[in-house]
Write a protein that binds this ligand. Structure first.
Ligand SMILES: [Zn+2]
Length: 236
């Protein structure tokens, strides 16, 4: 909040600027700040608002990191349905060769490693850990954000093992490729969350993923229930 100064006999804005702001050259700034057309036209007893340090900052300042974070999200909204997944994350099927194998360009053009704030032991060899999750580049910032939140909320222990991120699985007859093939799915704690079981996924972890737009496979019914699985799309 701006401070007020009452003009005394003999005061000028230059004197006030020197005495109160430590810089006589700010007289013009004070005049502008008070809407005074002429810095010399002040009178005894007049209340003058003194700009604060914040007001004196250049008008065009670099945005603070906090302001930048408030901008539009750095990742797309979760798509709904098979066609929308192809529209947003790319047409995987165009990269599948006649023998069912995948052209390497699919992975080199789209997949990146999202860095993790803490290492996660591999489900199939817990002596080893991953420090990043291979996923689609469009959601890599989101994956990083989710795991930062997991750490910030003290839920790191709920993430016991890593079961996989991007993984192309050859398409079987009539079966749609897994969302892992798009790099938009992550499996966690697979050892205790097998398909078709209720599993033991921490509900706080589920809530955190769902808050960030992920669908949890543990909500699916019957044999398709997949409690280790989180994917960034629905209707698929
Ligand atoms: Zn999965």
């Amino acid at each position: 909040m701006a401070k007020t100064c009452i003009v005394a006999r003999g005061d000028t804005l230059t004197k006030i600027a020197r005495a109160r702001l430590g810089d006589p050259s700010l007289a013009k700034v004070i005049a502008d700040f008070n809407g005074l057309p002429d810095a010399r036209q002040i009178f005894v007893g007049q209340a003058i608002q003194l700009p604060s340090a914040r007001d004196l900052r250049p008008v065009v300042a670099a945005p603070a990191p906090a302001d930048r974070r408030r901008g539009p999200p750095a990742w797309p909204a979760p798509p709904v349905g098979f066609q929308a997944v192809r529209d947003v994350f790319g047409d995987l099927l165009a990269y599948v060769r006649d023998d069912g194998s995948l052209a390497p360009a699919w992975e080199t053009e789209r997949m990146v490693k999202a860095a993790l704030p803490f290492p996660i032991p591999l489900a199939w060899d817990t002596r080893q850990s991953v420090t990043g999750i291979r996923c689609h580049k469009l959601i890599a910032p989101l994956v990083g954000e989710v795991f930062r939140q997991i750490a910030a909320q003290g839920l790191q222990k709920a993430v016991q093992t890593y079961g996989g991120g991007y993984n192309y699985r050859p398409k079987r007859n009539g079966v749609k490729p897994s969302t892992h093939s798009w790099g938009i799915a992550i499996d966690l704690n697979p050892n205790t969350n097998a398909m078709g079981t209720a599993g033991d996924m921490d509900p706080r972890l589920v809530a955190l993923f769902e808050d960030h737009g992920f669908v949890w496979g543990g909500r699916w019914a019957g044999k398709g229930k997949d409690p280790m699985h989180f994917q960034y799309c629905s209707g698929y």
